[in-house]
Ligand binder design. Structure first.
Ligand code: SAH
Ligand code: SF4
Ligand code: F3S
Length: 455
């Protein structure tokens, strides 16, 4: 008998990958994925702890799921609720104290043990909590097969972080830095391509710190891995995120110039445009160091585009420091960028800093920064008008016959009356630019690309 599994995902792409894998872990036990919580036998919240808001969302969602659980109980059957992901890891037993109807608490490093936890939770009362960072890596214990992800797939190659930026919970929720073995990554990428994926995003909290141990003990860098993956027939686009400026090694910069399958777009967070604040953040790089990497990447690949993350109102941030962040946005001319108000996180050094910035100052700075970022994003999009770029039209647009796809620079491109090109890589001439997307028309088809099962 099949059982219904509903997983709700919050946070970063690594959680999106983990959600797919949790589905893979539970499939052999007869669980199939459902798209709503109603009537589900098992509900997993795959949560994010990065900012306070992300954490609050989880508790309000739990309240809603509780009602569904009660409804199901009234019908005489049981719904198990699992709180997984980074909030699970960070809060542990506290979750069950606050929400006693939660049956299972687990972290991002223990979800391969889900079947066993589900069995225990069915038998035992009081909640099952599993938060160890097991010595055997979960990746080695996950099923070989995986559900198809469609034309663009996420693939985690690195996990955890040893950088300990003073604002960040990731080193505590994901644990120490770990790189998967290259042969495992390559095998998984091949499977993804066999299942119809043509683009792979390599993931890691610090993906460019990748240092996988290959056959014979050889140490593989991320550039080595990209080089090997690029040889897979049928894989047409490779991306990676998130990178730390300190780990942008020479070989990684160089491969942007030599490997056409590696897309000319990089998410490279700087966090602040002030050396003083970067020091307080324990980022271990300066503004000039960062700008030099951008220059070198543009030399290697002149059409390279960038995005970044910024934190505003970090403890001790004065107006001049903030202006530094504005200047970085001006200088780099980002294609897009994310910006957040500093959110003090329990257990991190910056949370107890006595130079906290008042909320209204953070609000005002965030508004200014976001306006500038929007301007830069629009300018970047406008600079694309007239260019022809390859786009995989893999999604339906809102209008009849309209299709959507991603440009090499991660912009959404929509094309009208394109029904016949569904699932194909086409050359699109850009005719219109907006804040969050481009419009264009098909001017050619990319040759020799056979999409077996593109959806
Ligand atoms: N590993 C990546 C980012 C991981 S978290 C890196 O090193 O850049 C994603 C983003 O969330 C960060 O880049 C940062 O901008 C933001 N972030 C992390 N902790 C935060 C906090 N306490 N308050 C506000 N934003 C935060
Ligand atoms: Fe967090 Fe810093 Fe590690 Fe990124 S590098 S995950 S911001 S501690
Ligand atoms: Fe959030 Fe954990 Fe990712 S805290 S950003 S889900 S690593």
């Amino acid at each position: 008998m099949t059982k219904k599994l509903f997983i709700k995902t919050y946070g970063c792409q690594m959680n999106v990958y983990d959600t797919v894998r949790m589905g893979d872990v539970m499939a052999p036990l007869g669980y199939s994925l459902a798209d709503s919580v109603e009537g589900a036998d098992l509900v997993i919240l795959n949560t994010c702890h990065i900012r306070e808001k992300a954490e609050e969302k989880v508790y309000s969602e739990l309240g809603r799921i509780r009602q569904e659980k009660e409804k199901k109980a009234a019908e005489g059957s049981r719904m198990l609720i699992a709180d997984g992901g980074c909030v699970g890891q960070a809060e542990g037993e506290e979750i069950i104290k606050r929400a006693p109807f939660v049956d299972i608490v687990l972290g991002p490093q223990s979800y391969h043990q889900l079947p066993e936890m589900v069995t225990r939770a069915t038998r035992e009362k009081g909640g099952v909590v599993e938060l160890e960072f097991p010595t055997v890596q979960k990746f080695d214990l996950l099923p070989e097969s995986s559900a198809p992800q469609g034309s663009a797939a996420f693939l985690s190659v690195q996990e955890g972080c040893d950088k300990f930026c003073s604002f960040c919970v990731v080193p505590y929720t994901r644990g120490a830095e770990y790189s998967r073995k290259p042969e495992k990554v390559i095998a998984e990428a091949r499977r993804m391509v066999d299942q119809g994926s043509v683009e792979i995003m390599l993931l890691g909290q610090n993906v460019n710190a990748y240092h996988g141990e290959g056959v014979g003990g050889r140490n593989w860098s991320l550039a080595d891995l990209i080089d090997a993956l690029a040889r897979i027939d049928g894989l047409h686009r490779i991306r990676y995120m998130t990178s730390h400026p300190r780990d942008m090694s020479d070989d990684l910069i160089a491969i942007h110039g030599s490997e056409p399958k590696l897309m000319p777009y990089l998410h490279l967070p700087i966090q602040s445009g002030s050396d003083e604040i970067l020091k307080r953040m324990n980022r271990k790089h300066t503004v000039d160091f960062y700008l030099d990497i951008i220059d070198r990447l543009r030399k290697a690949r002149p059409d390279m585009a960038f995005s970044s993350d910024f934190i505003v109102g970090f403890p001790g941030e004065g107006e001049k420091d903030f202006e530094g962040s504005m200047q970085v946005v001006e200088k780099v001319g980002y294609a897009s960028a994310y910006s957040f108000k500093y959110s003090p996180r329990p257990g991190t050094p910056a949370a107890v800093d006595d130079k906290q910035v008042p909320e209204e100052v953070k609000d005002e700075r965030l508004m200014r920064l976001q306006e500038l970022i929007r301007n830069k994003q629009t300018s970047f999009n406008e600079s694309c008008i007239g260019r022809v770029m390859p786009v995989l039209l893999d999604r339906d647009g809102k209008l009849e016959g309209q299709l959507l796809g991603k440009s090499p620079y991660m912009q959404s491109v929509h094309v009208k009356n394109a029904g016949e090109y569904r699932g194909q890589f086409v050359d699109v001439k850009i005719t219109g630019a907006y804040l969050n997307s481009l419009a264009g028309e098909v001017v050619g088809i990319q040759d020799n690309i056979n999409f077996r099962k593109a959806v």
